[in-house]
Design a protein around this ligand. Sequence first.
Ligand SMILES: CC(C)(COP(=O)(O)OP(=O)(O)OC[C@H]1O[C@@H](n2cnc3c(N)ncnc32)[C@H](O)[C@@H]1OP(=O)(O)O)[C@@H](O)C(=O)NCCC(=O)NCCS
Length: 163
Amino acid sequence: MKGERFKEEREPCAFFIRPMAVEDIGVVTAIESENPAPWSGGQLAGELDQEGGWQFVAESRAFGQVCGFVCGRSCVGDGELLKIAVGREHRRQGAAAQLVAHTLHYLAAQGVARCFLELRAANLPALALYERFGFRRLGVRKKYYASPPDDAILLEKNVALVS
Ligand SMILES: CC(C)(COP(=O)(O)OP(=O)(O)OC[C@H]1O[C@@H](n2cnc3c(N)ncnc32)[C@H](O)[C@@H]1OP(=O)(O)O)[C@@H](O)C(=O)NCCC(=O)NCCS
């Protein structure tokens, strides 16, 4: 919210966030492969060349290891968060929160007004993550996902309110 600072900026951070490099694609692909309907290494590498694309990794300060990533694309003032994932053994340590906070500040600095995303309705950890950052529900796409079947929830965040 405007005037507030994210928790990740006030407390010492276990991870630092940096742009994803082509050298990261191997570990990012391994992290992604732990999740349903994972993108291939080729798809992830392709994001690095996307016009309006943005990709960041969370690297452990203690181990110098990439533990999570986020990627998306922006076009004419709108951003879309396409993927975010943290390696199973690194979850619940604040990596995703740092990735989202960094992404929102990056988009605000780029002049992006709104950030959109969609997720499986059953993905309660991700839903809690996004709601913590003030994403609000735009709607539901019934039976949007297969294997396993699920609805898609569409979320939006007004990036202009990020300070
Ligand atoms: C969703 C995901 C990215 C969260 O990563 P993470 O690094 O564990 O998340 P963080 O530790 O930064 O948690 C940030 C907030 O997210 C929410 N959250 C994360 N995991 C949660 C869980 N298992 N249950 C409930 N809330 C959770 C909480 O609000 C948490 O804040 P808190 O720690 O103050 O309670 C991770 O679980 C993941 O990679 N899941 C598989 C991929 C995926 O589902 N991606 C999203 C697709 S839209």
